[in-house]
Design a protein around this ligand. Structure first.
Ligand code: GLY
Ligand code: MN
Ligand code: MN
Length: 441
């Protein structure tokens, strides 16, 4: 069973406990999810639980008691050792392992959670718990909370409200530590190498599925847990379906292949890279024109991914180049500002230009507070991923040019993972080539 340095997690718990400022936080793990009869989906730990514990088992709960003295603040409830279960399902650390190896101040069996929780949280003013994610644990927490609320009117202590842990954790997770930046370098390096492998072997492949196999096999070979999300391997018009994951069409010479894939490391740090390459080794005139627009938009947006800028600036920078480029080749008509303000480009570009990246692929953290855009800071990691998708699925807005057949079926996205630095943005996924001269053969 995987285990990483405990120090990283100890430091995070220290900060989290400080932020809790007297509150009691209950953070459950993920559970196994049934796929079909007697079979489960691969286990994926809850990112917040992982971030604070480094404990990679289901059926666990971490309890943080920030009003207690040191040595009594971090309680783990875990699946107890059970030889028969372990023979069927694999090793567990058990109660002793949770204390010894994962530094819980105290560990208990998960089966004791219900009856031990009231005493643990009885004198906390507020409970920190994420509502709506785990119905079984939520029922226990809410039952105890409502009983304590009732008692509070008589005994004068107990929780009187529930707050979301995201208030404390999102902010922490948004700014990556040096340790996390190194892990993200590793995740993006492996992901970029997988894209290079695709680029170099495309001429010998004839179906999208083979490309998926190549990429995901490479992730495993490199020791990653697997793909960070369902790999998108979309040739030709399939690329115009943003979350295409069937990955089972034959490849056609003359079409483009859009691959959006990244690995998830064993400790859940993720890459998220998209490259679009010519299957037969040469871009057509139309494909090249669109590719050049997207690439210029992406490079311009990356330059905006600097300290003090905002994700809105990054998006707007890309959008302006895309709209101007599309106007020049006659796929949009009118004044650039008006096209942008009225959203008249949305049949060709229908998503935002990026998102935070980390333990979640669409990582936690605010992009804005109401009208106020959060400024980019050192240690933030974001994707920059403009695209153009030309099909007749979305009707052309009134007043905009109809689309000539020669453009249809072109779907291009270019996505890199960017670390915001004191100086230049660092392109973590730089290893995956994207210049036309590198993609043609
Ligand atoms: N692969 C998901 C995304 O690019 O957001
Ligand atoms: Mn992305
Ligand atoms: Mn992606």
């Amino acid at each position: 069973m995987f285990k990483t340095s405990t120090k990283v997690f100890e430091d995070r718990r220290e900060i989290f406990l400080k932020k809790l400022n007297g509150r009691a936080a209950i953070i459950p793990s993920s559970n196994l999810v049934k796929h079909h009869a007697d079979c489960e989906y691969p286990f994926r730990q809850d990112s917040n639980f992982w971030y604070l514990t480094g404990f990679d088992e289901p059926d666990s709960i971490a309890l943080f008691l920030s009003n207690k003295p040191k040595g009594e603040r971090y309680i783990l409830f875990v699946a107890p050792k059970d030889i028969i279960s372990e023979v069927w399902h694999g090793f567990r650390w058990g109660i002793e392992g949770a204390e010894r190896e994962f530094k819980a101040d105290k560990a208990h069996s998960i089966n004791d959670f219900k009856h031990l929780l009231p005493a643990y949280i009885g004198d906390s003013e507020e409970i920190v718990y994420s509502i709506g994610k785990n119905s079984k644990i939520e029922k226990i927490v809410l039952d105890i909370f409502s009983r304590q609320l009732e008692a509070r009117s008589r005994v004068g202590i107990g929780a009187n409200s529930i707050k979301s842990p995201e208030i404390y954790l999102n902010e922490m997770r948004l700014i990556k530590s040096d340790f996390e930046i190194n892990r993200m370098r590793e995740a993006t390096k492996i992901s970029a190498e997988a894209h290079e492998l695709v680029r170099k072997s495309i001429s010998s492949k004839h179906n999208e599925r083979q490309i998926q196999g190549l990429i995901e096999g490479f992730f495993l070979e490199k020791g990653a847990r697997g793909p960070a999300y369902n790999s998108i391997v979309a040739s030709g018009d399939n690329a115009c379906i943003l979350h295409y994951t069937s990955n089972n069409s034959d490849l056609t010479d003359g079409d483009l292949l859009l691959v959006d894939a990244g690995c998830s490391l064993i400790d859940y740090y993720n890459g998220d890279i998209t490259r679009t390459i010519p299957i037969g080794g040469k871009f057509s005139r139309e494909q090249k024109l669109i590719y050049e627009i997207v690439l210029e938009a992406q490079k311009t947006a990356i330059k905006k991914s600097v300290k003090g800028s905002t994700s809105t600036n990054v998006h707007n920078a890309a959008l302006r180049i895309l709209v101007e480029g599309l106007r020049e080749i006659g796929l949009l008509r009118g004044d650039t500002n008006q096209i942008i303000e009225q959203g008249l480009y949305k049949h060709l570009y229908m998503h935002r230009t990026g998102h935070w990246l980390g333990l979640d692929v669409h990582d936690v953290g605010a992009y804005r507070m109401g009208e106020y855009d959060i400024p980019l800071q050192n240690g933030m990691i974001l994707t920059v991923e403009p695209g153009i998708y030309i099909s007749d699925r979305i009707p052309v807005p009134e007043g905009q040019p109809s689309i000539d057949q020669k453009w249809k079926g072109i779907g291009i996205r270019i996505e890199d993972d960017i670390l915001v630095n004191e100086t230049e943005p660092e392109i973590l996924s730089i290893g995956a080539k994207k210049e036309i001269s590198d993609l043609e053969f």
